[in-house]
Design a protein around this ligand. Structure first.
Ligand code: IMP
Ligand code: MG
Length: 183
């Protein structure tokens, strides 16, 4: 089997520095607010855990799991909730924490769904974004890194449920994808 771990897209030190910077901005923006971090399972777990520990304001943490119909590397925009939030969010300040925005379809669905629950505010913090792939315009207040149009793994991102535990973000090597489609 070809080793699928390709070029480093975001190194470990860059992740750490960016998360510290995002945490400082969020801490300043949410002073005196009723912040709830909503993590999107499972990709955002590592990012959320590191980000939350840089915050100097109190926050609650809740999770949602969604699945989007489509192939493993392409989302269709039709989203199903696998696990909903544990608590109501009406009147609270919601920050969705996402691993990556690709087409934007998943996030667009989540924003619409959560907005209907009447939070006091609703914003997005995404670690990564692939601008070339965007199919829908989204307002995302906090963004970590823009990456090129490649399939990324590591720091929460999976390729068929593997490689989430890599300590940096890497691309999947083209040869590994080709090998898989040949099999
Ligand atoms: P979207 O609906 O097309 O924006 O897809 C968003 C979801 O697809 C993300 O939350 C990820 O779980 C997954 N995803 C998109 N691009 C990648 C990638 O490069 N690597 C791993 N997962 C990805
Ligand atoms: Mg995923």
């Amino acid at each position: 089997m070809i080793d699928p771990i390709g070029d480093t897209l975001v190194a470990r030190d860059e992740l750490r520095a960016k998360i510290t910077e995002l945490g400082a901005r969020i801490s300043a923006d949410y002073q005196g607010k009723d912040l709830v971090l909503v993590g999107v399972l499972k990709g955002a777990v590592f990012f959320l855990a590191d980000l939350a520990r840089t915050l100097t304001v109190p926050c609650a943490i809740d999770f949602m799991a969604v699945t989007s119909y489509g192939s493993s590397t392409d989302s269709s925009g039709v989203v199903r909730i696998l696990k909903d939030l544990d608590h109501p969010i009406e009147g609270r300040d919601i920050l969705i924490v996402e691993d990556i925005i690709d087409s934007g379809l998943t996030l667009s669905y989540l924003l619409k769904n959560l907005r209907s629950r009447k939070p006091a505010s609703l914003e997005v913090c995404a670690l990564l974004t692939k601008p070339e792939r965007r199919r829908i315009n989204l307002d995302c207040r906090y963004i970590g890194f823009e990456i090129p149009n490649v399939f990324a793994i590591g720091y929460g991102l999976d390729w068929d449920e593997r490689y989430r535990t890599l300590d940096h973000v890497a691309s999947v090597r083209e040869e590994a994808i080709a090998e898989l489609t040949r099999a």
